[in-house]
Design a protein around this ligand. Structure first.
Ligand code: SF4
Ligand code: SF4
Length: 217
């Protein structure tokens, strides 16, 4: 399916960008600024679609983790609801800024690079202990995106659904759109609109839904 190929290509390019930043950022700290582009796109996605659209479609870190082998383990319950991660991230930036005292663009690049390394390590440990989407479930940027604007787009569930549960298996967070849909549309603030459930459904019962208000614009 063309859409699925485009999505895979997009994820592949994003993951490659992340690996390049990770591998060469210590030598060229300016590379860390590339990830700001992702934040910008995430903010645009949050304004346009609401919620975590940027996480599921453009985030290089999320794309990188999605290529790791699946451990088959579940994420611990409640991670998505925790609001601590924004505070932890802010404290980390503050701590690193006090420690490194960057005064140049390169210096700030190095600070961001160290943050990328530390948070990636946390995500990798989370992958080994739980599963590859551990970081996505605690990511402070994801929390910020979803608080900027409530969910507008969602996943529409058609009558052809046979409740086989394959979509829930494909979903990074284990959401089951047919069960949680209201008026035929699943809209959870943590849904990343990543389309994995749509691509996995053998009955083509799932599709992207934009709110009526949004379609009028
Ligand atoms: S994979 Fe498709 S058919 Fe199966 S439960 Fe999900 S929406 Fe329904
Ligand atoms: S419900 Fe579908 S679109 Fe939303 S996060 Fe899960 S797989 Fe992605």
């Amino acid at each position: 399916m063309a859409t699925s190929k485009t999505t895979s290509l997009k994820r592949g390019v994003a993951a490659l960008l992340f690996v390049i930043v990770l591998a060469f950022g210590w030598r060229y700290p300016y590379l860390a600024y590339c990830l700001f582009l992702n934040v910008l796109v995430g903010l645009i996605g949050a304004l346009r679609h609401g919620g975590r659209h940027g996480c599921g479609n453009f985030c290089p870190r999320g794309a990188f983790y999605s290529f790791l082998p699946d451990t088959g383990r579940k994420l611990p319950a409640g991670l998505l609801a925790r609001k601590m991660s924004i505070a932890v991230m802010a404290l980390m930036v503050l701590g690193l800024a006090l420690w490194l005292r960057p005064t140049t663009v390169r210096g700030w690049g190095m600070l961001f690079y160290i943050m990328i390394v530390v948070t990636t390590t946390v995500g990798l440990v989370g992958w080994l202990v739980f599963n590859r989407y551990f970081w996505c479930s605690v990511c402070p940027m994801g929390k910020i995106y979803k608080t900027i604007r409530p969910r507008r787009s969602g996943i529409r569930v058609a009558d052809t659904c046979v409740k086989c549960g394959l979509c829930a298996k494909a979903c990074p967070f284990g959401f089951f759109p047919p069960k949680a849909a209201q008026d035929g549309v699943f809209r959870d603030p943590d849904c990343m609109l990543c389309r994995r459930c749509i691509e996995r459904c053998p009955k083509h019962a799932l599709s992207m839904e934009r709110s009526a208000r949004m379609n009028q614009k």
